[in-house]
Design a protein around this ligand. Structure first.
Ligand code: GLN
Length: 205
């Protein structure tokens, strides 16, 4: 588990289950800040964009002037992890988006919103996630998106048993279709914190 250090991670707190991410990061001993306004981004080592409703997160991000500052940070290779709706908000190409839906267009992935249809809108499954090792990660999917394709800049981190992609990474960007903050397993949060810590160390070199 991560030792306490001065890594500071933000959680976008506009809508959705940001409180669960804040709790998970606090358990890891990192400093956490809820982000609602551009000035809250200052000095952060990385940001988590939670699950919720991607159309609402996009609208609120526009209303509070967060889209341009976030895109500037992303252009500077800043660590960001999107879970579920947050993954949709990060993506470059979204199938099933509303006509005026806003995205950060940072990650080289094609995402399909609400990809699991009615019967399987929500389900749980133990996933193999090689970057965090064994045992498999208990993944909770709630009206989840799927990653239909990853571009050359991104790599697949996890697939469902039928091969469909549910987690990806692109340099300091992380995307998971499921909700690690809804389980007690902190390994995905720990993985993201280590990405953010490495990025900070590299900036300081
Ligand atoms: N279906 C939601 C959307 O499109 C995402 C669901 C979630 O974040 N749990 O925004």
């Amino acid at each position: 588990m991560t030792e306490r250090d001065n890594t500071t991670i933000g959680v976008l707190a506009l809508q959705g289950d940001f409180a669960e991410h804040v709790a998970a990061l606090s358990r890891l001993g990192v400093t956490v800040r809820e982000v609602r306004l551009p000035e809250h981004l200052e000095g952060l080592d990385g940001l988590i964009i939670p699950g919720g409703e991607s159309t609402t997160i996009g609208k609120l991000a526009v209303r509070w002037g967060l889209v341009v500052p976030l895109q500037e940070l992303l252009a500077a290779n800043w660590p960001v992890w999107g879970t579920c709706a947050g993954l949709i908000f990060l993506a470059r190409d979204v199938v099933g988006a509303l006509p005026d839906q806003v995205f950060l267009e940072a990650m080289d992935i094609r995402v399909r919103r609400n990809a699991f249809g009615r019967q399987r809108e929500s389900f749980e499954i133990d996933l193999d996630l090689p970057v965090i090792g064994q045992p498999p990660f208990h993944a909770v999917f709630i009206r989840a998106p799927l990653i239909e394709a990853v571009g050359p800049a991104a790599e697949v981190l996890a697939r469902l048993p039928d091969g469909r992609i549910v987690a990806a990474r692109q340099e300091h960007l992380l995307a998971t279709a499921f909700h690690p903050e809804l389980t007690d397993d902190l390994r995905m949060h720990d993985y993201f914190v280590s990405i953010a810590r490495e990025a900070r160390q590299r900036r300081q070199e």
